[in-house]
Ligand binder design. Structure first.
Ligand SMILES: Cc1ncc(COP(=O)(O)O)c(C=O)c1O
Length: 375
């Protein structure tokens, strides 16, 4: 249907073989593949980070808030330009979402000044998102959280392979939540990783993942235990062996895939820099190494985004929006504070196709279609 899709899987026979091996082993719920995936992810992040593979990024965020003891009546400072999972998990715990605006039309990361300005006696945590794999200003944000004794939760859905001044994203917060949804840099269909360097939080997270059970069924299968205790209430937020096996392959491919993304984004820059009607966020980014998760652009005031989207669709080019304004969603209308800069971006942002196996010719097709759509 599409001439150029927004995203395509970076899969080959390695993924097929990995899943086949699991199927042949006849053990498909959490077991050795998952332990290996968690170990590999811990090594990948470094900084003594402990990792738990989970069913998705939303589950990881939910667990992060609960492990930090966030409850009804607390306030959590949350991002204004993000996927709605951040708001949903906070809201469903009974805490209040207090949105912090982004920095500027070029830098869409949460503004540390905005974060600090929204802290009250009820604030218990700051949840940040590293939009599109570009690091937030971590020196300032870590400092704010320390001074105000607040938990820091990193939404790392966009970040595998990205860093801040050389330190991997996901190693700054008390807890960080990764997503391995289909279009992510590490793509498993569904899946996530919740990570921490704090041993007490790790124990709580482990309990939350699997009913607070002291012994996983894999250990009983292996004859290591006959029964189990329940040490705390928890959920079933487990991953399975097929997806952990995919995760191990995708993790091995990540560095090359991110390098390819970088080349593609630079090609985009060459084509887009001369177009007056658009601005490219993070064009001269200097806080660390990005992983180029998506290719967002900002359309000018004079451009009608729907006309551009429709025109590009006619040319067979799929686009997306990251993200619609939280304030305009039915569920949140009138329930969250306004964030004018993020709301402006929400109205004017357009996401162009980007994936590691993309060809430069496909970028030409996208840019030609964009230019046609702008006139
Ligand atoms: C920024 C952000 N946060 C959270 C999530 C939720 O992750 P998942 O879809 O794995 O539950 C996503 C994924 O779509 C995301 O992009």
């Amino acid at each position: 249907m599409w001439h150029v899709q927004l995203f395509k899987l970076n899969y080959d026979e390695q993924e097929q073989q990995a899943v086949q091996k699991v199927l042949n082993s006849a053990w498909i719920t959490m077991g050795q593949q998952t332990i290996d995936f968690e170990t590999a992810f811990s090594d990948f992040l470094g900084y003594d980070t402990q990792c738990l593979a989970v069913s998705n990024g939303t589950a990881a965020l939910h667990m992060a808030l609960l492990a930090c003891g966030i409850q009804s009546g607390d306030e959590v400072i949350t991002p204004s330009l993000t996927f709605i999972a951040d708001q949903n998990v906070t809201h469903l715990i009974g805490a209040a979402n207090v949105l912090a605006d982004i920095s500027s039309p070029e830098d869409w990361s949460m503004d540390p000044i905005e974060i600090e300005a929204h802290i009250t006696e009820k604030t218990k945590a700051v949840m940040i998102v590293h939009y599109a794999g570009y690091a937030c200003d971590m020196d300032s944000i870590v400092d704010i959280c320390k001074r105000h004794k607040l938990y820091l939760i990193e939404d790392c859905a966009h970040t595998p392979g990205a860093d801040y001044k050389g330190q991997p994203l996901g190693t700054f917060g008390d807890v960080a939540a990764f997503s391995f949804f289909t279009n992510k840099n590490l793509s498993l269909g569904e899946g996530g990783m919740v990570v921490t360097q704090n041993p007490e939080l790790f124990i709580k997270l482990k309990g939350l993942r699997s009913h607070g059970m002291t012994v996983p069924s894999f250990d009983r299968y292996k004859g290591r235990a006959n029964s189990y205790d329940i040490e705390m209430p928890g959920f079933n937020y487990r991953i399975d062996e097929m997806r952990s096996a995919l995760g191990l392959v995708q993790l091995r491919k990540l560095e090359d895939a991110n390098r390819k993304r970088k080349e593609l984004v630079e090609y985009y820059y060459n084509r887009l820099d001369t177009i007056q009607e658009i601005t490219i966020p993070y064009r001269y980014f200097s806080r660390g190494k990005p992983n180029y998760h998506i290719m967002p652009v900002l359309l000018s005031d004079k451009t009608d985004r729907n006309t551009v989207i429709e025109s590009m669709k006619q040319d067979g080019v799929q686009t997306s929006i990251h993200y619609p304004a939280i304030q305009n969603f039915t569920a949140y209308k009138g329930k969250v504070n306004s964030t004018p800069k993020a709301e402006y971006v929400s109205i004017h942002e357009l996401t162009l196709p980007l994936y590691p196996t993309m060809a430069f010719e496909e970028i030409d097709i996208v840019c030609d279609a964009l230019i046609r759509g702008l006139v």
